[in-house]
Ligand binder design. Structure first.
Ligand SMILES: [Fe+2]
Length: 388
């Protein structure tokens, strides 16, 4: 069945005026004013009072759960389809975190395939916090070459007490492997880098750029808003051509401790002259949010949510005065380009039929369509995961 969306105010993410969108076979077939199709061939959604945006891409989600930093009982649960729908998230990239032992690449891939069957698009990174990387095939290059869903490596932890404390050489070699595997497979081959609070900050990433032939496009550092000094480093790193990712899941104690709210972080990056194409938001959904005391003892632990992703963009628009088309880029066109997801992140004929309809003004999510299937209408989810 075709789906025809009528009269939407389209943000592709650039402002594109009023258009109809015809969806079929999981793709956007047409995007132009006044498309006429006999009603018996299509379901029509009247969107005269709504904005249309690309489905949101969340490039860092612990889809099979993460955590465990306080023992087995603190292992976090996996992502539900309902959370993805409520968050307008139609594409996720799954990762392992601190725990690359009880959580495995096989399990991550199985969970990604399950979410795909349930209705959203999924990809994964190979490995976890530690180096050497534990891949599914004998090498990262082979994971990239032979496993469709693998698009990079990570999240590899640096400047953090939970990292495997890799040498600079080991990290640079990993980025080189990702580069080689990415080239051979036609994928991003990007290393998703977890940054902790440690004083070394982005040092290894800067050294990769200064001491090797590798380009900034091979690394995607995340949690750059976690403290003021890392954020300042992030501004300089982004101005030098690097990508920077901010994490939307947070705790009041993190913000009290100096974490910079994503919406403010985006405004400050733009004010500093950073190209808006260099900045992304991800949720760290289903990851643990541990609260450590100054001695490194775990005080409390809670769980990140993919539903935090779009509210951060909404806040950037409504509270920081950033244009909607600019703010939307950080969860649509930018991650699609950085991750080389060619059919994602934009509304245009030929792209995947992933889209979100928003209420103007309040920017509430009203309708979610993933791979051409209606998953939310009128603010109500229409689908559930297998065991929800
Ligand atoms: Fe992380």
């Amino acid at each position: 069945m075709l789906l025809l969306i009528k009269n939407a105010d389209v943000y592709a993410p650039e402002k594109s005026g009023r258009c109809d969108l015809l969806l079929g076979g999981g793709k956007i077939l047409l995007m132009e004013p006044d498309i006429r199709i006999p009603g018996r061939y299509c379901e029509v959604i009247e969107a005269r009072d709504l904005l249309a945006a690309p489905g949101f891409i969340d490039g860092h989600v612990h889809i099979m759960g993460g955590g465990g930093e306080g023992g087995f009982a603190t292992r976090t649960p996996g992502l539900s389809l309902t959370d993805a729908i409520l968050g307008g998230v139609t594409t996720v990239v799954g990762c392992l975190g601190t725990d690359g032992f009880t959580r495995t690449m096989a399990g991550l891939l199985a969970k990604a395939k399950g979410l795909d069957e349930e209705g959203i698009s999924t990809f994964v990174y190979s490995g976890s916090y530690g180096l050497p990387l534990r891949t599914l095939m004998p090498s990262l290059e082979e994971d990239l070459l032979f496993i469709d869903k693998v698009i990079g490596a990570g999240e590899v932890a640096l400047s953090d007490h939970r990292s495997s404390q890799p040498t600079f050489e080991a990290f640079a070699q990993l980025v080189g492997m990702a580069r080689r595997g990415g080239l051979l497979s036609g994928k991003a081959g990007i290393v998703n880098v977890h940054l902790g609070d440690g004083p070394r900050g982005l040092d290894f990433l800067r050294r990769v750029l200064a001491e090797t032939e590798l380009a900034p496009s091979q690394m995607w550092p995340t949690h750059i808003n976690r403290n003021p000094s890392l954020f300042e480093e992030g501004i300089a790193y982004a101005k030098a051509g690097g990508f920077v990712d901010f994490t939307t899941s947070t705790l009041a104690s993190y913000l009290d401790g100096g974490e910079i709210t994503c919406s403010v972080a985006l405004r400050r990056m733009l004010e500093a002259g950073v190209d808006p194409g260099q900045v992304t938001f991800t949720s760290d959904g289903q990851g643990s949010l541990p609260d450590w005391d100054p001695a490194g003892r775990l005080q409390d632990i809670s769980v990140g949510r993919v539903t935090s992703l779009f509210p951060a963009v909404r806040k950037a628009v409504l509270e920081e005065g950033i244009a909607l088309e600019t703010a939307l880029r950080v969860i649509t066109a930018n991650p699609a380009r950085i991750l080389k997801l060619k059919a994602k992140g934009r509304l245009a004929p030929g792209m995947d039929a992933d889209l979100v309809l928003l209420e103007p003004g309040k920017l509430e999510i009203r309708t979610v369509i993933a791979k051409g299937r209606l998953l939310m209408k009128g603010g109500k989810p229409l689908a559930k995961g297998m065991f929800e």
